[in-house]
Write a protein that binds this ligand. Structure first.
Ligand SMILES: [Zn+2]
Ligand SMILES: [Zn+2]
Length: 373
């Protein structure tokens, strides 16, 4: 299905935020128009399925898990049978999303499956970038405090921008067919803010340039098949995708109803551009997905909402790659009790997992979240 993604560094990192809800839009007097936009809605009918059953729709679910890396490309059993491979995929998924690991399609699991999410695979080339690539719990301290494992992650081989610290970005507010998608000034403000979230906590700087050819990062809107093997799919569904460093390409689906307001008044069916931008910049800089639900790098993004503040987990991850801001200030994220109380322990454990880094997994940190809203 996504053969182009298997060679990872050269491959597009797809960000598919699929809006899973059936949206009721008042459009005509006297009645509503139901728009069911998600290809995943039918998964709701699979609640209760378990190994051994045969039910229509399971083949599609296998495709879903294949898409996000939970079932290998060469799995031949793409039928409606709930086999061992599907069960294992579900267990891994449940581990990654902090669900009860049963291998059964319980209601909570299906609810998570149909939630809007980013399309960057959770498992790349067999490497799990979330919880399931690590031991599930780590006991620490004499009191036996359970320390949840880690959450931020990197891509295989840890691609970064190397020694480059000052990056430029080019923004195009029009689609490839020259249709204006969002207001250029609003887009500039939004991306400036989105980049500043990451520069506040790293030595990196970001500066907008109007010279596309020399820009390190290039952001633009595209429609349908646009030549990189990851076609967009119109309204809703796939929203955007980006490439791991140092490629710098970030593509947004021109068909979406993008919110460019900076307050919380995101329309129910809108997708907040700044929220998507902050998440995707994380990928552009080298971060994979996190199992921390509050983190920017958590795979799910909810329509009609904003999530633009880095969580401690995001900060830990990006600082592992680039270090902290030499100016010392990290105004976007307050220091955390976790870091104050378990810093040495956490560092030790992080160093201990260094060998895992090369396979794309990383770090220890607790799920702390700071909302500045
Ligand atoms: Zn993502
Ligand atoms: Zn693209």
């Amino acid at each position: 299905m996504r053969a182009s993604s298997s060679g990872f560094l050269a491959a597009a990192i797809l960000i598919a935020v699929v809006l899973a809800t059936a949206v009721s839009v008042s459009g005509h007097p006297g009645h509503d128009i139901n728009i069911t936009s998600s290809p995943w809605d039918s998964f709701n009918e699979l609640v209760g399925c378990h190994r051994g059953v045969n039910q229509t729709g399971l083949a599609n679910l296998k495709q879903y898990f294949h898409y996000f890396g939970y079932i290998p490309e060469n799995d031949p059993n793409s039928d409606d049978t709930f086999d061992d491979i599907l069960e294992n995929a579900i267990k891994t998924y449940q581990r990654n999303f902090n669900l009860n690991v049963s291998g059964v399609l319980d209601a909570a699991t299906v609810a998570q499956v149909v939630r809007p999410r980013c399309g960057v695979p959770d498992i790349v080339n067999g490497t799990t970038t979330m919880n399931s690539g690590k031991s599930s719990k780590t006991q620490r301290g004499s009191g036996g405090v359970v320390h949840s494992v880690a959450h931020f992650s990197f891509f295989p081989d840890r691609p970064t921008w190397g020694d480059k610290r000052d990056l430029t970005y080019y923004l195009d507010s029009s689609s490839s067919s020259s249709q204006q998608i969002v207001d250029a000034q609003r887009m500039s403000v939004i991306f400036s803010r989105a980049f500043s979230r990451w520069s506040a906590v790293t030595p990196l700087t970001f500066r907008e340039t109007d010279t596309r050819s020399s820009a390190d990062i290039r952001v633009g809107f595209y429609s349908d098949d646009h030549g990189d093997g990851e076609p967009f799919d119109g309204l809703l569904g796939t929203l955007a995708h980006a490439f791991s460093p140092p490629d710098g390409r970030l593509h947004l689906d021109a068909a979406e109803n993008w919110n460019v307001n900076s307050d919380d008044s995101v329309g129910f069916t809108q997708v907040d551009l700044e929220s998507v931008a902050v998440h995707e910049i994380g990928h552009l800089l080298g971060l994979g997905h996190s199992s921390v639900e509050e983190a920017i790098m958590y795979p799910s993004i909810t329509s009609g909402s904003r999530r633009v503040d880095l969580a401690a987990d995001d900060v830990d991850g990006i600082q592992e790659l680039y270090g902290s801001n030499p100016n010392g200030a990290s105004p976007a994220v307050p220091s955390t009790q976790e870091r104050e109380t378990s810093d040495s322990d956490s560092r030790l454990l992080r160093r201990g997992s260094a060998t895992i880094l090369t396979t794309g997994l990383i770090g220890l940190s607790t799920s702390l979240f700071f909302s500045l809203l």
